[in-house]
Structure formats: C-alpha cells, structure tokens
Design a protein around this ligand. Sequence first.
Ligand code: FES
Length: 138
Amino acid sequence: MPKIEFQEAGVTVEGEAGDDLRKIAHKNGVSVHGGVNKYINCRGFGLCGSDRILVDPKDCVTPLTWKEKLHLGEKSKMRLACQAKLVSDAKISIAPALEYGEEMKGNLQFGAAALFFGGLTLFFVVFMLFELVGKPLF
Ligand code: FES
C-alpha cells in the first residue's frame, strides 16, 4: 500500500490506491481544510474547492478532474484532496487549504457586516415610509 506523508500534521500513513486523499486524511484524523472550511465544505463532492493541497510527486495521484480545472484552473499545481485519487507514495501539503480558509474567514466577516448594515438600512427605509404616510410603526 502506498505511503502518504501529511507534512503540516507530521503524520505518515498508508492508503489504499484509488481512494481519494480527503478520505484517507479524514480516516487518519488529518484535516485537509483550513479555518471555517473545516465546518463549511461540500463533504467531498468537488463543489466547494476548499480542500486545496499540493502533492509531490505530481504523478502520485490521478490527473486533474474537470471539477478541479473549474476551481483551480487548467495549469494549477494545486489539487483538490477529494478529487485526487492515490496512485503511489505521496507527500501532501495543506498550506493552500489553510490560506484559503483564512481568505474565506475574511469574506464571511464582510458578508455578516454587509447583512447587518443592509438589514438596518432596509428597516430604516421602511420605518421612514410608514412615517411619511402617517401610519407610524410604533
Ligand atoms: S471537499 Fe469540497 S471540493 Fe473537496
């Protein structure tokens, strides 16, 4: 069975050839997601693009899938752990997933602030409209 070294976790495990790297990682208690993506991800369907990893050597996993090309681009050096299936011994770095997780954290904070202030503005506009027509809300 091929050996997989998860560099950041400092863990080396054996995996079944043909299994995807996300499945192997999770089976061995290693996360391939960073930040909020540990909780908010597509659970391996190739839809969220959050489990970004670097593999070494390049041919230790199956070729890029169309989902990876969509998320990462045709010539990306990164892979999605849920789409890359193990072929031979591999070294895995989850640095791109950690970086992406931090990026998403910033986006979520911005989204929450936008939702809060947007809601406040909408409430104010509705409140003013009712005041203008002479039927106060309170
Ligand atoms: S877990 Fe969502 S793309 Fe891999």
